[in-house]
Design a protein around this ligand. Structure first.
Ligand code: PLP
Length: 422
């Protein structure tokens, strides 16, 4: 498996545990981007010559591949974007801006990535909307909703929530939440950035109004992602960016717009990246998304068990049964940045910081955490090496207190976080 990934093949000693940030790319994906430029490169939807028609066909086939991969129902609309962040910004500006009014409430959860908080805050400031946060339990699951929640009082118009938390790993029970929101006329956006790369996701079965994800976390290229829009929402949406491609007719005075999805795709699109994303989908389909889910779940369960046995380690979030391929944790007295720096010396890449979820860390009463995350190319032996290295670091650290050395390396990064040691 690793041999399919040129970077991992070249750096065979590297242990890459940061796939929740971005996954590695198989050769098939890297080759597909080159193939685009070598055999298909022309701008789409614009010219009548053969090459441009082939390019357009390939680009539109990419849309069909995405729809198949996430089981998007007939009539729903797949829009290509730069990634999950841009997809959410599209919904904010093309739908929410025109359908929410002063006093309406948007419900987010306490476990959201900044990508699913900041765009809403920008709109809320401008349009005097309210934002409410669905609280979480100390175990990192969604709490029962408080009685005064806007969901109960009827002021909530939109619920925007993550499918899998990129910090806690929590898998939210969308099959219960979405029908319940729908009964109350609340629209739902699902941030599937951490689920689509790891488990079968059926838009048909979940039935959200909007679902977003990024290509680069699912073995695909950077700069490409998608938004799936439920058929019923399409007529409520306005263009969010203007330019070529998204119009039907333009005069000096006014413009008429193309039908969705093109209405939301202004300018030249990331064509080679769509081709790369198609290759990623093919690659995942060949390996089987269920097999990938099983493998990463086994790794996560194993890492969870091993980490739990280490004194001083606190794992954030729920038990492995309800968890994606992500484990964030803290080590008593050792700053996550220092830990990540020590592990780097063993060739182990882990993430340290707030993982674009500052409010969640604030809720948990910590400033930062360490995070390991897995994908299909990771192996159990890598977890053994990670645990062994972690134990060696903790042993050495307790014996010699060599944090002083690292405090020097990270003095600048740590300045803002020093007040609150974890
Ligand atoms: C849950 C979640 N949502 C949204 C994003 C943003 O994705 P992107 O940076 O690809 O737009 C991420 C990225 O880490 C994420 O984990």
């Amino acid at each position: 498996m690793k041999s399919d990934f040129p970077l991992l093949k070249k750096r065979s000693k590297l242990v890459y545990f940061d796939s929740a940030a971005t996954s590695q790319k198989p050769k098939a994906v890297i080759d597909a981007e080159a193939e685009w430029y070598e055999t298909l490169n022309a701008n789409t939807h614009r010219a009548v010559y053969d090459l441009a028609e082939k390019a357009t066909e390939a680009y539109e086939a990419g849309r069909a591949d995405v729809a198949r991969f996430i089981d998007a129902p007939q009539g729903s609309c797949v829009v290509f974007t730069k990634g999950a962040t841009e997809s959410i910004n599209l919904v904010v500006n093309a739908w929410a801006r025109h359908n929410l009014k002063k006093g309406d409430t948007i419900l987010l959860t306490e476990m959201e990535h900044h990508a699913n908080i900041v765009p809403w805050q920008l709109l809320a400031d401008e349009k005097k909307l309210k934002i409410e946060y669905w609280p979480i339990t100390d175990d990192g699951e969604l709490s029962p909703l408080p009685h005064n929640s806007s969901l109960v009082t009827g002021h909530c118009k939109l619920l925007s929530l993550t499918h899998i938390s990129n910090v806690l790993g929590t898998i939210n029970p969308l099959k219960k939440i979405i029908p319940w929101a729908r009964e109350q006329g609340i629209k739902v956006l699902v941030d599937a950035a951490q689920s689509v790369p790891h488990m079968p996701v059926s838009v048909r079965a979940l039935d959200p109004d909007f679902l977003v994800f990024s290509g680069h976390k699912m073995l695909g290229p950077t700069g490409i992602g998608a938004l799936v829009i439920k058929k019923e929402r399409l007529a409520e949406m306005q263009p969010w960016q203007g330019g070529g491609e998204m119009i039907e007719r333009v005069s000096f005075k006014e413009s008429a717009f193309a039908q969705p999805p093109w209405k939301f795709e202004a300018g030249t699109q990331p064509l080679a990246q769509v081709h790369g994303l198609r290759a990623a989908i093919r690659y995942i389909e060949q390996r089987g998304i269920k097999a990938i889910e099983k493998h990463t779940r086994e790794l996560t369960t194993y890492a969870f068990e091993q980490l739990s046995k280490i004194p001083g380690v606190t794992i954030l979030g729920p038990a492995p049964k309800n968890r994606g391929a992500v484990i964030s944790f803290t080590v008593a007295g050792l700053h996550p940045h220092d830990l990540a720096t020590f592990l780097n010396r063993y060739g182990i890449c882990i993430r340290a910081g707030n993982h674009c979820a500052m409010p969640l860390h604030e809720r948990l009463g910590i400033v930062a955490s360490a995070r390991v995350s897995f994908h299909l190319y990771n192996e159990k032996t890598e977890i053994d090496f990670f645990i062994k290295s972690l134990k060696a670091i903790l042993n050495e650290w307790t014996k010699n207190g060599f944090v002083a050395q690292l405090t020097h390396e990270y003095s600048i990064k740590r300045q803002d976080t020093k007040q609150k040691q974890i």
